[in-house]
Design a protein around this ligand. Sequence first.
Ligand SMILES: NC(=O)C1=CN([C@@H]2O[C@H](COP(=O)(O)OP(=O)(O)OC[C@H]3O[C@@H](n4cnc5c(N)ncnc54)[C@H](OP(=O)(O)O)[C@@H]3O)[C@@H](O)[C@H]2O)C=CC1
Ligand SMILES: N[C@@H](CC=O)C(=O)O
Ligand code: NA
Length: 365
Amino acid sequence: MSAVNQVYIAVIGAGGVGKCFLNQLQGLAARRPSPKLSLCYISTSRKALYNVDYSPVSLEGVTESLAASTQAPPPLPQVIDYLAAAPAKVVLIDNTSSQDVADAYPLALSRGLSIVTPNKKAFSGSYQLWQNIFTAAATSGAKVYHESSVGAGLPVISTLKDLVETGDNVTKIEGVFSGTMSFLFNSFAPTEGQGGKWSEEVKKAKALGYTEPDPRDDLNGLDVARKLTILARLAGLPVESPTSFPVQSLIPKELEACSSGDEFLDKLPAFDQQMEDIKAAAEKAGKVVRFVGSIDVGTQQVQVGLQQFDRSHPIAALKGSDNIISFYTARYGSNPLIIQGAGAGGEVTAMGVTGDLIKVLSQIA
Ligand SMILES: NC(=O)C1=CN([C@@H]2O[C@H](COP(=O)(O)OP(=O)(O)OC[C@H]3O[C@@H](n4cnc5c(N)ncnc54)[C@H](OP(=O)(O)O)[C@@H]3O)[C@@H](O)[C@H]2O)C=CC1
Ligand SMILES: N[C@@H](CC=O)C(=O)O
Ligand code: NA
């Protein structure tokens, strides 16, 4: 029989976002005595911590315990079997950027496990995977939330869902959707002053935890394309994949064959001039260059790439890793609903994950 006052939490991924999430989970568990939150599984790609009898893994010092663990993660179907047999409801938190983990969501959901994740791969993979995920959730009643897959902790997905579900007509979504790209252009091509070297700013963005595990996934435009795929699908467009519309890559042609992110970062300084030329062309027109995306719902057009902006434009004036996302709808008319704030970083991303967990708990516990 299922215990009513307990929910098990399973966490896959303990990197930049995962570690912040674990801290936030510890705080949440301490603040909310009911339901009792117990960590029953945690893993990275090489280490795991769990007990076959589901006795809780202590949240105190958990990342250190995980690093010292000699348990290897079992194959995903086995992990799902273990979690589905738990004596209470389970929420699986995927803090990886793994396609393999994302591909296992339909199975996990069909076995009754709810899912919370900042991982974009499941929702921006094939349209078939998207359908399988939401069909599995609807059939089993398990929940799936992914607020941090767009705009980190900013309330982008919840806002779009509210607009659509309350019957507004969303006509266009546009803005800056990448914390990395925002940080890079705000510091490399600021509205005032000189700006830093492109390759050095890329290394800083990685060190600050803004980039994807491999920063080429940001620079090739695919991270923004994934976010637009997710938003377009939520707005009702059956976008097949993040490569089914025009996406501008900032990877120099000469570095497309690099075999690792580290090799790419080592070689990037030799190609700084390419970005300097793009910056100079905008300056010549009295403007600055920024990396933006847009979804025109009526014409079903999705685009990702560089655009020049007047220095006074709100997109040009962003700071740090800020995203700015404008929703044009029938109700809001010509003054769009605008969401702005940090769009990358461990704490703000984990906040979106923890917030989603709280929503799931209110529905399953
Ligand atoms: N960083 C940010 O600002 C934001 C990140 N996100 C998303 O959050 C997710 C996590 O990002 P971040 O924390 O920065 O990434 P990191 O690279 O710092 O961490 C990824 C973690 O996932 C683990 N992992 C990877 N593959 C697997 C696997 N197959 N099985 C088990 N564990 C695995 C890694 O383990 P190991 O080290 O052993 O490989 C590592 O612990 C990504 O999907 C990213 O797109 C979303 C919004 C903002
Ligand atoms: N690499 C991404 C992280 C959040 O999705 C970004 O820079 O926006
Ligand atoms: Na968000």
